[in-house]
Write a protein that binds this ligand. Structure first.
Ligand code: HEC
Ligand code: HEC
Length: 470
């Protein structure tokens, strides 16, 4: 054989080897007994074939026996409404200041509870599922307030303030004449418990909850693959350049993949219990009101949830199954998928990624080997992108500039209406449907948005039908 023939021989040898290992992939059966195809398997062996209200809230098929018992316990700790009984270790410890009364109060069915602020005009009249971040113009916090405005409180205590929301609306047309309108939110805070804050010094940043779809996989992502995406897959011809989020915490550097600003390297269980619910723990032993002028002396009740219990919550979120795609062979879905690629959505909403070789480790040391080494279809690159002026929230969060956002993973997005009964999208829920969510894309997303805008009505409709199959 000549040198070139050798090369060809080895190339073929490697190719056939690669093809073989593909064929040897585990075959996963659907409930109807047929083998699932790879497009349907959103998260490899963690895929669940569910399309109803529990589609986000079902354990992955490998959750059995002991693990299942812990999953169920974590689920209960996550969902059970907490009370202000400061000495009840299982369901007490709420407040005195809080934002929600359980994780599930905001992440109902492991999704996005409808943020009632859209209907009620704010949190003045009761509970809504959003988080309100407040910052001074210079980026620092206000005396007497932390980063999160706790707009709920237990009986006898005054909430830090209440959020009032209003909207302005503008109507636009697609080239074919179909109309769409975009609502811009405006916020105010009333009923400050202490120093009232000059509006000109105040930045209010409101977020609605994220879906928990694929949290375990997101924490197990192969960071080298993301690094390669950030380094190589910049697309100057489309004005796209994603950036990996590196966060410094406790003198170490982490890759951030969680949260709308990719500012979390873990599932924020300790932070969530402390800051969102007012439940103290080893990492955050003091009540959030401690040190503020409303010092209520509640911290003497001590730790209200143990790290072991919190690990069960971590396990619950990490072991949730990811819903399989539906109707993958439907003609409109297939056309819509082509349109998704034609609009270059996949340059940020990356269709296929992989999890690391090593199993992710939970809060208290438990390993989940099932999450390692999987091919997944999250429809995100987990990088930060400049999304333009309209979505700019005027605050820097972690390593993200105010105009940068993490590409939201789209897996499971088509089931949000079923699971949570609404179609509010984007970090603050301003988009009332998928079309509005796309039309808010600007900055690095402008080319995609324009490609979508110029499509025919049929092409746009098909693209939306495709999104609803995710
Ligand atoms: C008051 C409502 C509220 C409560 C209560 C709440 N969350 Fe959240 N959660 C949110 C919002 C809003 C976000 C989105 C934050 C952002 O923009 O990054 C979020 C984001 C998250 C994320 C990141 C999701 C992702 O896709 O990256 C995790 C994980 C999470 N929450 C877990 C919890 C846990 C665990 C609890 C209970 C201990 C909890 N949350 C309680 C509102 C809430
Ligand atoms: C430059 C990168 C980029 C491109 C290109 C892009 N997106 Fe996005 N997309 C994002 C980011 C970042 C967000 C989060 C923005 C926010 O929440 O404010 C997002 C959010 C979304 C959401 C809302 C998700 C949710 O659950 O709230 C949808 C739907 C969406 N994109 C669809 C698309 C479609 C369809 C296309 C192609 C027409 C597209 N995107 C192109 C980066 C991109």
């Amino acid at each position: 054989m000549t040198g070139n023939q050798y090369l060809l021989f080895f190339l073929l040898f490697f190719l056939s080897f690669a093809a073989c290992s593909d064929v040897e992939d585990e075959i996963i059966l659907k409930p109807n007994g047929k083998a699932a195809n790879s497009a349907e398997l959103s998260a490899g062996s963690s895929t669940v074939f569910m399309s109803g209200i529990n589609a986000y809230d079902t354990p992955a098929p490998w959750v059995t026996g002991d693990l299942n018992a812990r999953f169920l316990r974590g689920d209960a700790l996550y969902d059970n409404p907490r009370t202000s009984d400061q000495s009840d270790p299982l369901q007490g410890g709420l407040g005195p200041l809080y934002a929600g009364f359980s994780c599930g109060s905001c992440h109902n069915n492991a999704g996005r509870t409808y943020p009632s602020l859209f209907a009620s005009g704010g949190s003045g009249r009761g509970f809504s599922s959003h988080l309100v971040y407040i910052t001074r113009q210079n980026g620092s916090f206000f005396r007497n307030y932390g980063r999160v405005l706790h707009d709920q409180s237990i009986v006898g205590v005054q909430a830090e303030g209440k959020l009032a929301a209003s909207f302005t609306e503008e109507t636009f047309s697609f080239p074919d004449g179909e109309k769409y309108s975009l609502q811009t939110p405006h916020y105010k805070i009333t009923e400050w418990y202490a120093d009232s804050v000059a509006p000109e010094d105040l930045i209010i940043d409101v977020h609605i909850p994220l879906r928990h779809v694929g949290m375990g996989q997101i924490m197990a992502l192969d960071h080298d693959e993301l690094r390669r995406l950030a380094a190589q897959s910049n697309y100057p011809e489309y004005g796209i350049s994603g950036r990996l989020s590196i966060i410094s915490e406790r003198n170490r550097q982490y890759v951030g993949t969680g949260g709308n600003k990719a500012h979390h390297a873990d599932l924020t269980v300790e932070l969530g219990f402390s800051s969102d619910l007012g439940v103290t723990n080893d990492r955050y032993p003091l009540e959030v009101c401690e040190g503020q002028s409303q010092n209520l002396g509640y911290s003497h009740y001590g730790i209200q949830i143990t790290t072991r219990e919190m690990e069960d919550v971590d396990l619950y979120m990490s072991a949730l199954g990811v819903p399989a795609r539906r109707n993958v062979n439907n003609q409109a879905v297939k056309r819509g998928e082509e349109n998704f690629f034609r609009a270059r959505c996949q340059l940020c909403h990356a269709t296929t990624l992989h999890t690391r070789q090593d199993a992710p480790v939970l809060l208290n040391g438990t390993r989940l080997p099932w999450l390692a080494n999987q091919t997944i279809h999250p429809y995100s690159d987990f990088l930060l992108h400049d999304m333009g002026k309209g979505l700019d929230n005027h605050v820097r969060t972690g390593s993200a500039y105010s105009y940068e956002w993490r590409t939201t993973p789209l897996w499971g997005i088509g089931l949000q209406a079923k699971v949570n009964g609404h179609t509010r999208f984007l970090h603050d829920g301003r988009a009332r449907n998928l079309v509005e969510a796309i039309m808010w894309h600007d900055g690095e997303g402008a080319v995609s948005r324009e490609l979508f805008r110029r499509m025919s009505k049929q092409e746009r409709d098909d693209l939306i039908i495709f999104l609803n199959s995710l």
